[in-house]
Design a protein around this ligand. Structure first.
Ligand code: SF4
Length: 585
C-alpha cells in the first residue's frame, strides 16, 4: 500500500499514514498532480500557507527497473500561477521509496521569519518505522550549496540523500529550483522549473535529509511480470543508438543536440533573434567530448546521475589543468548560457552553470533571463564577464539580482523588452518554436508553461525517432496531444524521460515499462492504458489551471514570434489558434 508522510511546518509535526486507497495506482507526477488537485486551493498564493509541496517517487522507483530513480515534485508554481510538476534523478527518490513513502507532503507555514529548518528522515529499527526529526538549519542559510552539501554529508553520513534549496529559494525567487545530490554528492540535480524552491523556502524548510537504511523496500505484486518488463526495457535501452553504452547520450550527453538543432535552424540565439549560432560547434557535445579528451589525455564517457541509470548521459567538464569545473553541462544549460547569450565557450557556460547550482537556480530560466537582460541593455551579447557578474547579483540578492531572480517574464517587463520568450510566465527551453512547430504547440498548451519535457516532439520532428515528421508542418495537434499524454504516464513511472528515445522506436521496450508497473502494482494495464492514464493526469492539471484563472487564452505563443521572421529559414509562428485549442478540446 505504501505511506503518505505529512510534514506540517506551522508547528513542525510529522504524521505518517497509509496512502489512501484512491491513490494506490499513482506515482510520480500522477500522484503529485492528483494530490495538488485534491488538496491545494487553486486560488491560493503560491508562497502562502495554503500551498503544499509534494514529493513522489515513481511507481517503479526503488526497484531494479533501469533508469528509474526520478523524484517528482509538485505544487502551485510561483512562476506560472498554475500547477507544476518538476522532476529530477537522484538517490533521494529510491531513498523515499525504500522507506515505503509514496508521497511526502509539506504543508503549513511557520509564523517566525528568517528561521530555517531541516527535516531528518531515518528508519527507526526498534519501532520498525520511519522517524522524523526537525532540526535548526540557520547555519546553512545564505551559503553556496557547494560548501553546504559536504557539511551535510559530514554531519549525517555519506549514505544520506538530500532535497533542499539554495539562496534562490530563501529569497523566494520565481526562478528557484529544488536541489538533489548526484551520485558523487554534488548539489547538481535539479527539479528546476517553475520556482518550487520558493515554495519550500516560504515554509521555512531548507533541507530534507533522508537515510533509508533498514527500510522495507518497494512492495512487489508480481515479481515475474516485473522482471519480464524490466528485461524488455533494458534490452531496448542497450540496443538503441541514442541510449546504448557509448551511444549518443553516453558519449556526447544531451549536448549532442547543439549541432543538430543549429543545423535545423532551431537553436535559439541571442534571445530568440536567430535560429543559428555561429559559435555552436564550440559549445556542442562533440566539443565537450574532445575538450575533455585533450585536457585529461584520455576519452571520458558520461556517468549516471542517479542510482541504476544505464543510459548514463551526465557529463563532467574539466578545466585546462584537468581538474573538475562542473558536472553537468546539459544541452539546455549550455544553450541558455551559451547560444542564447551569444557566448561560445564551454568554460564560461560551465562557470555559469556552477553558479546556478550553487545558488539554487533553474539553468533554463536563468539563461533565458540573461538573454533578455542583454537585450535590455544590462550587458552586451557575448559579454561573459558581465554575465557572471549578473549571476552573482542574483545570488547576492541585490535589487537588480532580485529582478533577474524573479524570472524572464518579470525581467522583460522591468526592462521594457518585448521579445520575452515565455509562455504562462515560464521561459522557453532550447528549441525555437517558429522553426519546429510541434514543440511550439507543446510550449503553448502544456499545463506547465513553456516546457519541452511535457512532450518531446523533437524526437520525431528533428531526430526521426518513431518516424520522421516535417519540422515546419503546422498540423500537429494530434501529435502534441499524444506526446503530452504519453509523457504524463512516463513521468508517473519514475523513469527518466530519456528512455523515450528507445521505447518510441522499440515497441517491446514500451510494453516492458507497462509490465514493470503491472509487476509492482498488480494491475493489468496494457498499452491502451498509457494514453488513458496520461489523459486523466492532464485533465486534473488543466482543471487546476482553469480554477487558478489560467484560461485557454494563455495557451498562446508570445506575439513577437508572429511578427518577427526567424533566420535562417525566415519563419514566423503561424500555427492557427484553432490547432492549439484542439489539443485540449
Ligand atoms: S539518462 Fe541522464 S538524466 Fe536520465 S537518469 Fe540517466 S544520467 Fe540522469
Amino acid at each position: 500500500m505504501g505511506k503518505l508522510l505529512r510534514l506540517n511546518m506551522t508547528d513542525r509535526t510529522a504524521v505518517l499514514g497509509d496512502l489512501p486507497d484512491k491513490y494506490k495506482h499513482l506515482g510520480g507526477r500522477g500522484l503529485t498532480s492528483t494530490l495538488v488537485f485534491d488538496e491545494v486551493d487553486p486560488t491560493c498564493h503560491p508562497l502562502g500557507p495554503n500551498n503544499k509541496l509534494v514529493w513522489a517517487p515513481g511507481i517503479v522507483t526503488g526497484t531494479a527497473a533501469p533508469t528509474s530513480a526520478r523524484i517528482s515534485v509538485g505544487g502551485k508554481s510561483p512562476l506560472t500561477g498554475g500547477i507544476k510538476e518538476a522532476n529530477a534523478g537522484s538517490g533521494f527518490a529510491p531513498a523515499l521509496a525504500n522507506m515505503g513513502v509514496r508521497a511526502l507532503v509539506v504543508e503549513g507555514q511557520p509564523e517566525e521569519k528568517d528561521k530555517w529548518w531541516l527535516a531528518h528522515l531515518t528508519w527507526d529499527k526498534d519501532a520498525d518505522q520511519l522517524s522524523v526529526e526537525f532540526m535548526a538549519a540557520d547555519e546553512y542559510a545564505g551559503r553556496d550549496l557547494y560548501d553546504v552539501f559536504p557539511e551535510l554529508f559530514e554531519r549525517f553520513g555519506k549514505k544520506v540523500s538530500i532535497s533542499g534549496i539554495g539562496v534562490a529559494g530563501e529569497y523566494l525567487y520565481g526562478n528557484s529550483g529544488l536541489v538533489f545530490e548526484d551520485l558523487e554528492g554534488r548539489p547538481s540535480r535539479y527539479a528546476g522549473r517553475g520556482g518550487l524552491g520558493a515554495v519550500m523556502g516560504s515554509k521555512g524548510l531548507k533541507f530534507i535529509v533522508c537515510e533509508s537504511k533498514g527500510g522495507p523496500g518497494v512492495e512487489m505484486a508480481d515479481k515475474k511480470v516485473f522482471d519480464q518488463g524490466r528485461k524488455a526495457l533494458t534490452d531496448a535501452l542497450l540496443e538503441h543508438d541514442i541510449t546504448k553504452p557509448k551511444g549518443a547520450l553516453n558519449t556526447y550527453g544531451t549536448a549532442v543536440l547543439i549541432n543538430i538543432m543549429n543545423e535545423a535552424g532551431g537553436l535559439p540565439t541571442r534571445n530568440f533573434s536567430n535560429g543559428r549560432f555561429e559559435g555552436a560547434a564550440k559549445i556542442a557535445g562533440e566539443a565537450l567530448f574532445e575538450g575533455n579528451k585533450e585536457r585529461l589525455g584520455k576519452e571520458l564517457y558520461n556517468h549516471a546521475c542517479s542510482p541504476g541509470c544505464i543510459i548514463r548521459c551526465s557529463n563532467t567538464w574539466h578545466k585546462p589543468d584537468g581538474t573538475e569545473l562542473v558536472s553537468c553541462q546539459e544541452y539546455e544549460s549550455i544553450w541558455s548560457m551559451g547560444a542564447n547569450c551569444g557566448i561560445d565557450s564551454l568554460d564560461v557556460t560551465g562557470e555559469l552553470i556552477k553558479l546556478c547550482n550553487g545558488y539554487g537556480l533553474d539553468t533554463i530560466e536563468a539563461g533565458a533571463t540573461l538573454g533578455v537582460a542583454m537585450e535590455g541593455g544590462l550587458a552586451e551579447f557575448g559579454d561573459a564577464e558581465k554575465a557572471v557578474d549578473l549571476m552573482h547579483e542574483i545570488g547576492k540578492g541585490t535589487p537588480v539580482g532580485r529582478i533577474l531572480g524573479a524570472g524572464t517574464a518579470t525581467t522583460a517587463r522591468v526592462l521594457g523588452v518585448k521579445r520575452a520568450p515565455v509562455v504562462k510566465g515560464q521561459s522557453m527551453p532550447a528549441y525555437e518554436p517558429r522553426a519546429v512547430k510541434g514543440i511550439g504547440i507543446i510550449y503553448a498548451t502544456s499545463t506547465m508553461g513553456a516546457d519541452h519535457t511535457s512532450g518531446y516532439t523533437i524526437a520525431p520532428e528533428i531526430l526521426g525517432v518513431s518516424g520522421k515528421v516535417d519540422q515546419f508542418d503546422r498540423d500537429k495537434a494530434d501529435l502534441a496531444r499524444g506526446f503530452l499524454e504519453a509523457t504524463a504516464f512516463i513521468d508517473s513511472t519514475g523513469h527518466c524521460l530519456f528512455i523515450a528515445f528507445a521505447i518510441l522506436d522499440i515497441a517491446s521496450g514500451f510494453e516492458g515499462v507497462v509490465e514493470e508497473c503491472n509487476g509492482v502494482l498488480g494491475t493489468n494495464w496494457t498499452m491502451d492504458d498509457v494514453g488513458r492514464i496520461g489523459k486523466e493526469i492532464l485533465a486534473k492539471e488543466v482543471a487546476f489551471n482553469r480554477a487558478a484563472g489560467i484560461s485557454k487564452a494563455a495557451d498562446r505563443m508570445p506575439e513577437f514570434m508572429k511578427l518577427e521572421k526567424l533566420p535562417p529559414h525566415d519563419v514566423m509562428w503561424d500555427v492557427p489558434d484553432e490547432t492549439l485549442d484542439a489539443v485540449f478540446p
